[in-house]
Design a protein around this ligand. Structure first.
Ligand SMILES: NCc1[nH]cc(CCC(=O)O)c1CC(=O)O
Length: 313
């Protein structure tokens, strides 16, 4: 007599194309490392997916996109949730933790247009779509003559609005377009000097129940140490600045050997003030370096800028 023992692992995921791609990616990785494992997707809609017509800053942020996924794990309806690290709040509900950080895709912002090849080429008064205050403040600082208009929705919705002619260009994360196999939509990669990426941009993280040892063991081979170090430094800076989701804050870390360099930026939404600095040190001090840089930015006046953003939101 044989008893088939099949272990099933369930992934809670949003239904957007990008979320599903990321969940499918984690499923494929898990099944590659653990042939005995069956991985199932549990797609669900979140609050954030349902409220599409209000600027994100006004509806309280990225927590809205993860609450339902987290409840599913707490209820045992799912074992893990896969997130874009950029969208993961800095704090977790009791009993859950971000256990795994996978290797980072291209972290840069992408300039996307059907007419113009680069940001520089845009004529005076051109309309640029983004709902990210971080992108907005950096573009405005560089090109005060451009008009920024809000752009919501998932990646495909945003591209459709560009193709409709509602914008001359839009800014998206390169990682999303690469993952969705639309690299040809990227007219130009915007370098970090021009637009400092958001903390965690391009990295995928996996959340699970803290006491779920079996799941944690399955996840172990998906961990990418260098990405973790970089994202830890970036998130530590944001945490210390008390940056929620919708904030004009950029944070980008790079690692060379044992050395980590973190760049940080806080800007006024209209681009009239941009505070930036960087810090370098041992990779073993990633989080301390993030906090140190946050303190430097606070010393330069970041608290005043952020207080204004929260007041106006
Ligand atoms: N805020 C939405 C979001 N969350 C993650 C990505 C892209 C992929 C990533 O950064 O990992 C995007 C789209 C975008 O900013 O254009």
């Amino acid at each position: 007599m044989t008893t088939a023992t099949k272990t099933v692992l369930r992934i809670a995921t949003r239904k957007s194309a990008l979320a599903l791609w990321q969940a499918e990616f984690v499923k494929a990785e898990l099944e590659k490392f653990h042939p005995e494992l069956t991985v199932e997707l549990v797609p669900m809609s979140t609050q954030g997916d349902k409220i599409l017509d209000t600027p994100l800053a006004k509806i309280g942020g990225k927590g809205l996109f993860v609450k339902e996924l987290e409840q599913a794990m707490l209820d045992g309806r799912a074992d893990i949730a896969v997130h874009s690290m950029k969208d993961v709040p800095v704090e977790f509900p009791e009993g859950l933790a971000l256990h795994t950080i996978c290797e980072r895709e291209d972290p840069r912002d992408a300039f996307v247009s059907n007419i113009y090849k680069t940001l520089d080429e845009l004529p005076k008064g051109a309309i640029v779509g983004t709902s990210s205050l971080r992108r907005q403040c950096q573009i405005k600082a560089l090109r005060p003559d451009l008009e920024i208009r809000d752009l919501r929705g998932n990646v495909n919705t945003r591209l459709a609005k560009l193709d409709d002619g509602q914008y001359d260009a839009i800014i998206l994360a390169a990682a999303g377009l690469i993952r969705l196999e639309m690299p040809e939509r990227i007219s130009d990669f915007i370098d970090a000097e021009t637009s400092l990426p958001a903390n965690g941009q391009g990295a995928v993280g996996i959340e699970c129940r803290m006491d779920d040892k079996a799941t944690k063991a399955f996840l172990a081979p998906l961990e990418h140490n260098e990405t973790r170090i970089r994202v830890l430094a970036e998130r530590a800076m944001n945490r210390k600045l008390q940056g929620g989701c919708q904030v004009p804050i950029g944070a980008y870390a790079e690692v060379e050997g044992d050395n980590l360099t973190l760049r940080g930026l806080v800007g006024a939404i209209d681009g009239s003030v941009i505070l930036q600095d960087s810090v370098s040190g041992s990779v073993l001090q990633a989080e301390q370096l993030g906090e140190q840089l946050a303190d430097t930015l606070l010393g330069l006046g970041a608290d005043k800028i952020l207080a204004e953003v929260y007041r106006d939101a």
